[in-house]
Design a protein around this ligand. Sequence first.
Ligand code: NDP
Ligand code: HSE
Length: 428
Amino acid sequence: MSDPLRLGIAGLGTVGVGVVRIVQDHADMLAARTGRAISISAVSARSRDKDRGVDLSGYAWEDDPVALARRDDVDLFVELMGGSDGPAKAATEAALSVGKPVVTANKAMLAIHGQALAELAEANAAPLRFEAAVAGGIPVVKSLTEGLAGNAITRVSGVMNGTCNYILTRMESAGLPYDEVFAEAGALGYLEADPTLDVGGIDAGHKLAILSAIAFGTQVDFDGVQLQGIQQVSIDDIHRARDMGYRIKLLGEARRTPAGIEQSMRPTLVPADSPLGQLEGGTNMVVIEGDAVGQIVLRGAGAGEGPTASAVMGDVADIARGLTLPTFGQPATTLAPATRANAVTECAHYLRLLLRDEPGALARVATVLGQAGISIDRMRQYDHPGADAPVLIVTHPCAPLDLAQALRGVIDTGVVNGEPVALQIQNP
Ligand code: NDP
Ligand code: HSE
C-alpha cells in the first residue's frame, strides 16, 4: 500500500464535520478502494472550543487556514469555509502555489475566481477539484468532465438550489404566500447567512456558471448569467401556472446557440408532468443534453452534511488514486472567454399585470405588445374586489430581450399598476 494521504481540513461546519465523519467511519473501505490510507493531520475553524459532535483530539489545530494549507504533514488541502474571497481564496492559493492538491465545495469562489485558480493549479501541477460545489451529492461535475467527455454538450439545465425549490413547492402544497414560507425556511435553517444568495438566484447562478464552463469549454462567466430571483413569485402565479398544467421552478439553463453561450437562472414554468415539474422539496435535478448521449437526468440531494461530504470524498478518493484531470475538463489556458448570447432563445412567456379597470386599458396593453411583435396566445382577466384588474397573458414564443423592451412600453402607457411579472415557459 502507498503512503497515506494526509488531509488538512479548513472549515468544520456542516460539510467539514461530514467529511471528518466519513474519514473516521469508512477508513478501511477508503483504503481498500484507493490503495492508500486516508487520514487527517490538522484542522482549522474560527472557534477552537465549539463542540462539533466529532472527535478532533487526534488532529493538530491551526487558527490560520493559510498556515494549515502550508503544513508539511498536509498532502491535500480541503477548503470548506466558504466565501468567494478572504481566507478560503488565500488558503487555496497558498496550497496550489506549492503544488498541493485542493478539494473545495466553494461555488462562490469558483464562479468568480475559477479561471485564475485553475491556471494556478495547472501551472503547479496541482489538482483542484470541486464536485461538492454544484448540486451537493449529485456527481454532475464528474459526469460532465469524464463520463460525457465524448459529447458536444448542447444544453445543461436544472434546479440547483434546494432552498428555492423547497419554498416554491411548499407555497403550492400549503397554499401559503411567499413571505410566510420564506420565514419558515429561515426558521428551519435552510437559508444561507445572506438569504439573497438563495432567493435571488445567485447561489444557483454560481453553480450554473461552473457547469456551463465545463460543458462548453469556456472560461467561467458568472457575470454572463441572466439572474432573476423567486421573490416576485406569488401564490397566485403558482395557482395560475398549475391551472395551465405547469409548476414554477427556479430553473437554470445554459445552452450553446449560434451566437454564443446563453445562461439564465430564473423562475420558469415547466410542465407539471415532466421530471423537473415533479421535483419536490430541497432536491436538485440536473438535465444534460449531448449530441451522442441524448438527454440524461441526474437527481438527488443538493445540500446537507452527508450528501455534500460524499461529493468531497469522491474528489479526495480520486486524488488518493492519483487521478488527475484539468480543473474544468480541459487545460485552463485553452478555455476561451465565453461569448454571451443572452435572452435570444425564443420561448413563450407568462405575464401577470395589474391593470387600471377603465375603458381601453387592456386594448392599450395589447397594442403595445402587438407593435413590439409580441403575439398573445391566451389572455384572462380575473375577478377582483379592488379597483385594479389582475390580467394574465400567455405569449407565443418571443425573445426575452424583445419582451423586456415591450414591457417597458407597457409600463409607459400608465394603465399598469406596479411592476409586471414576466416568467418564461420552458421550451420542450
Ligand atoms: P458552515 O457555515 O456550516 O461552516 C463554515 C466553517 O468554516 C465553520 O466551521 C467556520 O468556523 C469555518 N470558518 C469560517 N471562516 C473561517 C476563517 N476565517 N478561518 C477558519 N475557519 C473559518 O458552512 P458549510 O459547511 O455549510 O459550507 C462550507 C462550504 O461548502 C461553503 O463553500 C458552502 O457554499 C459549500 N456547500 C455547502 C453545502 C451545504 O449543504 N451546507 C452544500 C454545497 C456546498 P466556526 O465553526 O468556528 O464558525
Ligand atoms: N443554499 C444552497 C441550496 C446550499 O439551498 O441549495 C447548497 O449549495
